[in-house]
Write a new protein. Sequence first.
Length: 505
Amino acid sequence: MCGMPSAETTRASVHEPDLVRPTKEDPVAATGSELFGGPLGRRALLGTSWWTPVRVIALIAIGVFALGMVQKLPCYDGAWFFGASSQYTHACYSDIPHLYQGRGFADGLVPYFDKLEGDMEYLEYPVLTGVFMEVAAWLTPGSGTIQHQEQVYWMVNAGMLMACAAVIAVCVTRTHRRRPWDGLLVALAPAFALTATINWDLLAVALTAAAMLMWARSRPFAFGVLLGLATAAKLYPMLLLGPLLVLCWRAGRWREFGTALLGAVGSWLVVNLPVMLLAPEGWSKFYTFSQERGVDFGSFWLILSQRMETPLVTDTVNTMATLLMLVSSVGVAALALTAPRRPRFAQLAFLIVAAFILTNKVYSPQYVLWLIPLAVLARPKWRDFLIWQACEVAYFLGIWMYLAYTTSGDAHKGLPQEGYQLAIAVHLLGTLYLCAVIVRDIFLPERDVVRRSGDDDPSGGVLDGAEDVFVLGAAARPPRHAAHFDGPYVEWGSGDEPGKNPRSL
């Protein structure tokens, strides 16, 4: 097989092109920029001072994260501790202060090894998240009232999660070299700020974003190590291996996929094996809890259960949800192998994680964090991103208003059951909408704003510019609609020598 162009040299020309300016190509971004003086001009001096795009976006992400902390102020001052419904009416709930005592950190218990009192015998989080929680507990002084300790514990966790937010912003900004300003979508995402300190999901999201950056830089082993660590913090990152397998199959990049898989399995075992061997019952709690957990908030299963005279039993829901996820996975694989042009890695990564979220039996509001970096890489279009974010903010408010309604007794303050079901439907439709436009971009590559700029797959690493070796259906024939595309187009897989750039048509 002929040599493939590298990730560093796969460009529309031999010279490094200018950075893509969203305010030039995106009407919504251009309109929004009027608040800060208007779109960037052609002669704007970018990268010539300390204020590079990466630093600007990282600082904005930290600032918006801090605003999200301010939004939790009513709870920090008392709603977490006095009155169950007030933390919902103020939409400022967080698991973090409640679990400080509820999971034994206040008493110095060792996660996974020491049994807990109550219904939850062991910590129900993956090992690396448990380590994160324990480190925050070590940094929390054990003096003062329990309320003061829980406040400090939340603040310590918020500081650590803020660092994760900065990592996410930086990694997304650097993944697409020519599109650093897309990182503003992450930094300014309202659902990101609102949900960042509800739970510990940002740890896994940061590791996954770093893994995506490593793959974009053609470092499959580093990608695998980081993805394995992310899976040790949350289960969903392992889903990215599925799309990567199919894309590497289509491009014949088996060695790189094997390297990534080896790194992922190895790092996951390094974290999990000691606890698995020394405290097997505590280690397995996360997996048994996930299996035994019934239909819960945010899923379409909850709508069905609330509208059925005889709700589905948990085992039935587990089976049906697994089947739906398998069908979705087959659909994503078929899409990858039959699309007229090989899909970008970020596109399929978003679709597979979104499929998991849509078919799962529970959707906690912070799960939106899983999708935000992937959405920015898959579809960096401000209009579509903001439509989806509006739906997620509506759901964020909906779940807290519903909980306020159910915990306020006869006062019935908040959103009744029918209103909450509508909020779930809005969340589902918003996610499906973003999935639909990404699928459309895959079938009509000229509609993909990333490829419209002249790139192939800037987050694809070794896949960027690689030729196909295995395709199905019409993928072997050039799509007729591509002939009518007016703009820079990269004919990927056309290089005959290592490092040769593909032709720019």
